[in-house]
Each structure stands twice: as structure tokens, then as C-alpha cells.
Design a protein around this ligand. Structure first.
Ligand code: AP5
Length: 214
């Protein structure tokens, strides 16, 4: 079987729209989307061992320890398929481990999409984000509202606010992003794979920019 040629990372601050755009792009390119945040939230909801280990870090807005995350990624990446990584890597150690994982299979990262969104916009997007715990759909009460008030269009469940979308936790997540994740921008830029995308504007417009940059 021929290897899919896309191995993409989505990078950007919390609430920048990584999940929204990664989902759309994965459909378009017919590759698998691997979201560490989604995998962890599902594990927490089900109360699995992984969920129990990750829960307190997530509630505080801190990074879950690398060894837990790397185990998830090892399991999820299939070298034949091509993939989009949403929310990983998030620090230099994770980026190095990913390089080693891929180079041992003769692979590399083809593109890093950096979604550039200013803090004022992030705060707005996160404050109005609502999610469906049953099917995982993500809405925004202002920018992408459900048809019926706070009810999921897909499965009819009641929408909720993510536990870590409370203001004080968002502040911590932004701090962690600046302290640990932002350094990756330069690393991938020097490697020539970074695509800096203006994340402002409606979702279609942002998607068009990403498509053009690939
Ligand atoms: P994770 O789920 O990865 O959170 P995040 O990186 O903070 O990103 P978000 O999910 O908040 O935002 P997003 O950029 O995906 O935006 P979205 O598309 O939803 O991680 C959560 C936690 O898990 C971490 O804090 C950590 O504890 C742990 N974790 C995860 N990965 C880890 C790792 N690798 N290592 C260690 N720990 C890890 O959009 C946001 C809102 O804006 C939505 O309401 C959406 O509808 C709306 N929106 C999207 N696009 C637009 C647009 N163009 N215009 C207007 N609104 C828009």
C-alpha cells in the first residue's frame, strides 16, 4: 500500500481553532486526525486508568506528563496512513520523541500549520465554546451556534462548557502555551515546514488559507 504523503501538525494557542480546522482538513485529505485532548477527555469521561492519571493535570490547565502522552501517540500513529496531529507535540521533549518515532520508520513531518490568533479573540472563542460530551461536536454560541439553544445538532444532547474552559484555567493554559509550546514555532520554522496561518476570520476563510498553504 502506498504511504499517504501528509503528516501534519496543528500548532497554536488554546482555542485558536486547531480542532475545528484539523477535523475539516482530515476529511478533505482522507487522513486520520489524532487529537491528544480528545483522547484524554474521552478517557476521563469513561474513568479509565489513563483518564484517572490525566484528570488532575487537565483540570489545572497543566500538561499531562510526557510518558503518558507519548504512549498515546505511539499507539495511534500508523505509518502507512498519514495523519494530522492536533495538540501534539506541546513541548521540545515531545517534539524530539516524535522525530525519533518517525525517523525510525523512515518518515518525517511534512507540514506544521501554526494558527496565529491574538489573545483577545482566544478569550472570546473559549468563553462561548460549548461541547457535546456524547458525540464530541464543538460549537460556539456566537460564531457557530447550534440550531436549538444549547442542544447538539447531531445527537440532541445538552451542550456543556468544558471543565478547563473556566477563566482561571484558561489563563493557566495560555501561560503553559507561552512557556512550553511556543518554542516549537521556531524549531519547525528553521526546518522549513512551518506554515503561519492568520486564524482570524470565519472558519471557511481560515480553511481556505490552510488549503492554499499546503
Ligand atoms: P486540548 O484539547 O488540546 O486543548 P487546547 O490546545 O488548549 O486547544 P483547544 O481544544 O482549547 O482549542 P482548539 O485550538 O482546538 O480550538 P477549537 O477548534 O475548539 O488540550 C486540553 C488539555 O489536555 C491540555 O490543557 C492538557 O492538560 C492536556 N493535553 C492535551 N494534549 C497534550 C499534550 N500533547 N501534552 C500534554 N498534555 C496534553 O475552537 C475554539 C472555539 O472557537 C470553538 O467554540 C469553535 O467553535 C470556535 N472557532 C473555531 N474557529 C473559529 C473561527 N475561525 N472563528 C470564530 N470561532 C471559531
Amino acid at each position: 500500500m502506498e504511504r499517504n504523503r501528509y503528516r501534519i501538525i496543528f500548532l497554536g494557542p488554546p482555542g485558536a481553532g486547531k480542532g475545528t480546522q484539523a477535523e475539516r482538513l482530515a476529511e478533505d485529505l482522507k487522513v486520520k486526525k489524532i487529537s491528544t485532548g480528545d483522547i484524554l477527555r474521552e478517557a476521563v469521561a469513561k474513568g479509565t486508568e489513563l483518564g484517572q492519571r490525566a484528570k488532575s493535570y487537565m483540570e489545572r490547565g497543566e500538561l499531562v506528563p510526557d510518558e503518558i502522552i507519548l504512549g498515546i501517540i505511539e499507539e495511534a500513529i500508523n505509518d502507512e496512513e498519514g495523519f494530522i496531529l492536533d495538540g501534539f507535540p506541546r513541548n521540545i521533549n515531545q517534539a524530539k520523541a516524535l522525530d525519533e518515532m518517525l525517523s525510525s520508520k523512515g518518515l518525517n513531518i511534512t507540514h506544521v500549520i501554526f494558527l496565529d490568533v491574538p489573545d483577545e479573540e482566544i478569550i472570546k472563542r473559549i468563553a462561548y465554546r460549548r461541547v457535546c460530551l456524547k458525540c464530541g461536536a464543538v460549537y460556539n454560541l456566537i460564531f457557530n451556534p447550534p440550531k436549538e439553544d444549547e442542544i447538539c445538532n447531531n445527537c440532541g444532547s445538552k451542550l456543556v462548557q468544558r471543565e478547563d474552559d473556566r477563566e482561571e484555567v484558561v489563563r493557566k493554559r495560555l501561560e503553559v502555551y507561552r512557556g512550553s509550546t511556543e518554542a516549537l514555532i521556531r524549531i519547525y520554522e528553521e526546518r522549513g515546514v512551518l506554515r503561519r496561518i492568520n486564524g482570524l476570520g470565519d472558519r471557511e476563510e481560515v480553511f481556505r488559507r490552510i488549503r492554499e498553504a499546503l
